[in-house]
Structures are given as structure tokens and as C-alpha cells.
Design a binder for this molecule. Structure first.
Ligand code: SF4
Length: 139
């Protein structure tokens, strides 16, 4: 078997169960994924997505930077994370000011950790000021 240069402990990216995995890397390429036994969530087990669904990590056409829609709205331009986040913050603030906080809704993701979902609902309620928050699992 190919020896791993590195083993990275992380959380499966696919769903809110949050199975714990070890990514086995050789020259920065994931060649094997194993479930971790030392946690109560999956106890070493993984479904087919969590065990084999990692092709996207090395996909040539994977997006690696934010893209911002051009002024004409017909194409996308690469932007830094600071530019993209500033733009989103400005547009959210402008929308809330013009139409009120209930004009905004936030949809969280099963790919987020429990803590990230908690932060998103807190941000939605306490910062934006609306209860319009939901989760993709209810779609
Ligand atoms: S291994 Fe399967 S069940 Fe576990 S978190 Fe990933 S997708 Fe969900």
C-alpha cells in the first residue's frame, strides 16, 4: 500500500452527521480516506460519500478564489476574499437599510459544522435583525 506522507484528521464535508475522517495524503494528493474510531459519531464507519467522494479536492476546474459579477452582470471577475466579503457586507447593509431586515434571508448548510450553523443563526438574528434563517436540510 502507498505510504502516507501525512494523515489529516478532519470532518467529512458532506452532511451534518459530522463523521470524523483521516485523509491519507501522498505528495499532497488524497489517496485514501478512513473513518476514525475514536469518536462517538461514526466509530470508524463512513458512508460511500464520506469514504470515496473526494475527487473535487483535486479537480482542475475547481473554483479557488471568489468571483464577483461584473457591472454589466454578464461575466465574473476574480476578486480577493477581502473584496468579495466587503462587497457582500455592503450589499447586505444597503438592502437592509432600504427594505428592512426582513428583506434578507440566510440559508445555512449541512456542510457547515454545528458551530458554524450556530454562528450563522446568531449573525442572522442579532446582526441582520431577522428570523429569516433556515437550513438546506428542510428544502
Ligand atoms: S460519512 Fe456520510 S454520514 Fe458521515 S458525515 Fe459524511 S456524508 Fe454524512
Amino acid at each position: 500500500m502507498l505510504p502516507a506522507d501525512r494523515v489529516v484528521h478532519t470532518t467529512c464535508p458532506y452532511c451534518g452527521v459530522g463523521c470524523q475522517v483521516d485523509l491519507h495524503l501522498h505528495q499532497d494528493v488524497i489517496f485514501r480516506v478512513s473513518g476514525r474510531y475514536d469518536n462517538q459519531v461514526n466509530r470508524g464507519n463512513l458512508c460511500v460519500k464520506g469514504r470515496f467522494g473526494y475527487d473535487y479536492v483535486h479537480a482542475a476546474d475547481r473554483l479557488r478564489e471568489p468571483l464577483v459579477r461584473s457591472d454589466r452582470g454578464q461575466d465574473f471577475q476574480p476578486a480577493s476574499w477581502e473584496q468579495a466579503l466587503d462587497l457582500v457586507a455592503a450589499r447586505l447593509a444597503a438592502t437592509c437599510e432600504r427594505y428592512g431586515p426582513d428583506s434578507v434571508a440566510v440559508l445555512t448548510s449541512a456542510k457547515c459544522t454545528n458551530e458554524e450553523n450556530y454562528l450563522l443563526q446568531k449573525f442572522t438574528r442579532a446582526v441582520i435583525g431577522t428570523n429569516n434563517v433556515d437550513h438546506c436540510a428542510r428544502l
